[in-house]
Design a protein around this ligand. Structure first.
Ligand code: DX5
Ligand code: ZN
Length: 226
């Protein structure tokens, strides 16, 4: 394994009906952050025409973050899989989100404004990219006047937990780590006992893990692997 990594269980795999106790259980098991997947859901037929949404799943939004915040002081690492992240800055800031990671694919025209707004609401800005998006697309955001503080490299197509890790995405992690030795690099999707080492040795230092942690008989043991 490479550097000591943070682990962020993806609450998407938790029992949403018991979110506060699931969050506390993860923290008791050694989690560093709680990863919150905010998705905007689409109806495929409608989307083919209008593309109004980012992923075919609908999860949680600011009201749930606000509720959870009342039960925990933990770092809430919010991953925005939505087409209009700017609209979520104010409500998530008010709700008590800690990190705000948006997708570069939907922010090519306004990422500077987005990063400034995120910071002005007291959140930590991050940018994510889908498996098919070239890593070069995020370089300007890391090097800009208002830089992001984390890059989240998706290791599956965004939308659902429980998918298979895509090892080819590790080239992007390696390229990023080489260029930015102290940048926070997060990986998300299909991470578990058989893939965490690969991601950490490529240079990732923040590991998101959903089904492998929640589905394990001993979640603390999986968390300890990072
Ligand atoms: C996928 C989400 C992930 C997902 C990870 O779109 O961003 O955070 O919940 O789940 P696993 O670890 O099960 O792939
Ligand atoms: Zn995620």
């Amino acid at each position: 394994m490479g550097v000591e990594a943070k682990i962020a269980p993806s609450m998407l795999s938790s029992d949403f009906a018991n979110l506060a106790s699931e969050a506390q259980r993860m923290l008791d098991c050694g989690a560093d952050w709680l990863h919150m997947d905010i998705m905007d859901g689409y109806n495929l037929n409608y989307c083919l025409l209008h593309k109004p949404h980012f992923v075919p799943n609908l999860t949680i939004g600011a009201p749930v973050i606000e509720s959870l915040r009342k039960h925990t002081k933990a770092y809430l690492d919010c991953h925005l899989m939505v087409t209009n992240p700017l609209d979520y800055v104010e409500p998530l800031g008010k709700a008590g989100a800690s990190g705000f990671t948006f997708h570069v694919e939907v922010s090519r025209d306004n990422w500077g404004e987005l990063v400034q707004r995120i910071k002005s609401k007291g959140m930590r800005p991050g940018v994510s990219l889908k498996p098919g998006t070239p890593i070069e697309e995020v370089y300007p955001l890391v090097e800009g006047e208002y830089p992001v503080e984390m890059v989240l490299v998706m290791t599956v197509e965004p939308g659902f937990g429980g998918q298979k890790f895509m090892p080819e995405t590790m080239d992007k992690v390696r390229a990023l780590r080489k260029k930015y030795p102290s940048l926070d690099i997060e990986v998300d999707g299909g991470l578990g006992p058989s893939t965490i080492d690969m991601a950490a040795s490529a240079g990732a230092n923040c590991i998101v893990a959903g089904s492998s942690v929640f589905g394990a008989p001993d979640s603390a043991q999986v968390i300890s692997l990072s």
